[in-house]
Design a protein around this ligand. Sequence first.
Ligand code: BGC
Length: 737
Amino acid sequence: MSDSADPIAGLDLTEQAALGSGASFWTTKAIGPVPAIVLTDGPHGVRRQSGSATDHLGLSGSEPATCFPPAVGLSQTWDPELVERVGQALGEESRALGVHVLLGPGVNIKRDPRCGRNFEYYSEDPLLSGKLGAAWVRGVQSRSVGASLKHFAVNNAEHDRMRASSDADARTLREIYLRTFEIVVRQARPWTVMCSYNRINGVYASENPWLLTTVLRGEWGFDGAVVSDWGAVADRAAAMAAGLDLEMPTTGGVSDAEVVRAVSAGTLDTATVARAAGRVAQLTQRVTQTDNTATSFDADAHHQLAREAAQRAIVLLKNDGDLLPLAPSPLAVIGGFAQEPRYQGGGSSHVNPTRLDIPLDEIRKLTGDHPVSHCSGSDIAAAVAAAESAESAVVFLGLTAEEESEGYDREHIDLPETQLELLRAVVQAQPRTVVVLSHGGVVRLDAVAGLAPAVVDGALLGQAGGGALADVLFGVVNPSGRLAETVPLRLQDCPAYLNFPSEAGHTVYGERMFVGYRWYDTRDLPVAFPFGHGLSYTRFEYSDLAVSTVDAGLSVRLTVTNTGTRSGREVVQAYVGLPGSSVGRPVRWLAGFGAVTLEPAEQRAVEISISRDDLAYWSTDAGRWVVETGEYAVWVGASSRDLRLTAAVTVTGDEPTRPFTRDSTLGELLADPVAAQSIADILSSASPFDTGDSALGTNLLRMLESVPIGRMVAFSAGKVTGEQLDRLLASVNAQRS
Ligand code: BGC
């Protein structure tokens, strides 16, 4: 910004400090040439509150806006292009409703199914979350509305969310919890990032210079404004010094005065205040660069888009005997959610929909003249009678809004026992029973899947979900959604089971990088439904896998053939693994995905690019990402457990060459081709141990592997001197570099 164009050049310290906090619940301050802007939730619809009733808990009403599928549904599409279109529509609605920054996407990793806010997050996998989050940001910002990537970072539970510290090591942070944010920042350049409430390794996210400045700006190149979550700032001056630019909501000027006092006291410098004010001013320029005054939006077109997204989000979990799709015939529809659908989550993201599709009405539209009865299921006898007198039954099960929400976590993942009792009775009376599930967080499904021949997962589908469900039940749409989260058999199997929620103010991320399928698959634990799972009304065959290295990483190519009788879309997932890796890694991880739509008997090539970044691990020693040299396994499949083809590919890595020192172990030296020979000579000439057959019944060479070579001076009783060792290490290091 040149001085003449610099909107804060003429502002004094008090005015600059004032720019860095809200004027009201949802607005910033207009000061000098800097206009006020409006920020609001987000993410799956615009929650524009007007008048005096404002809150960040979804308590007060808001103006009508399209309620798209929340992230839990949207993620099941595995479709960045569709998510980008949803983002565009959200951007248009934001503009029409006078909103400049839409507070989303929420991309925190689903670490544990009990997190009350999982419905607002995409996945247990950072790549899937990152690709979808980036698409959302691109879409919203294409309409000159800013996104706010949240909640940065490691905010994976609601319990004690405003205080607790998420304690995780460097690899865990980099490879899982920061990775999604990194992908979105690098690929979509959001105009704001929202720092979370919690602490990270003891330091509040809002006061964390490493997080907000070193990593976010220094490493990832973020050039927007950091906004606080609503009420996340405990010490505004410390936060500003760490890299916070805008505290929300208003503090009535209290924290602005704190900033000015800190400058007077010499604990905060004026450049820091000016920097934050400059970034707020830059944000206002970005979001007002085109005319952002209210126009209308096309509610019909957006409802149709919400339906398309919901159709694509539905996952067919089970379909024994091809019970689905149903042909129009007498049907019993059971369950309250058929008439009062559960379609979004509770809390700050709660949207006032422009309209609402009722599943029962939509089902009736597709059954012609056939009778469709409905009962709530709270009286089991009536449900049984209805199911008996029909030719098939559809039972709606799931979680009520009160059972999961922003602000608190669940204590278990079970469906209410009364729902299972109902299902048992209905299936006994009517074997042709389909279950439709509505829920934000994962629920235990072994009992449901054991009883019902067909299970359709509707997660949360937004305002048009009712029509989309009917479309899938009757085959108007062939389902192609895929789980973005593993459904475990039991809560006790979950990776964070013993470390959730926080205890005495700390959450120990003891399972490290082994989150979701990384845990279940590496431990080879049985699950109810694996990550990436989802059936279709047709069948697909995979063939001709070819994997090659390219500059950017790997190129994966295969052929997919529709061998069934219906047109359908197949989501192809590419996983990689490195057997024999020098560090602990999951057996495989998602490294790319793609999709293809095929008519019966049609076949097409599918190409998936795997970025070199997605082969890397975070080296704590080197303080950077490292790609190991080795033979990587690449699998393509229809879930993390349905791997159809595999190939091996040799990758040349970029491991750092660290010089050997006296602290290097014999094992490390022997593993190095250059060092090995010299060390072997020393060992045989100077070791007091006979490294051949051992009288102790042990492999002495292996025992010695962990001995630092410097200790050989003492062990050899002076046969090897320290100087000799140093000369040898210097010569080895010289040959290696
Ligand atoms: C939530 C944010 C939300 C903000 C404003 C907070 O409670 O954590 O996601 O954007 O309120 O409503």
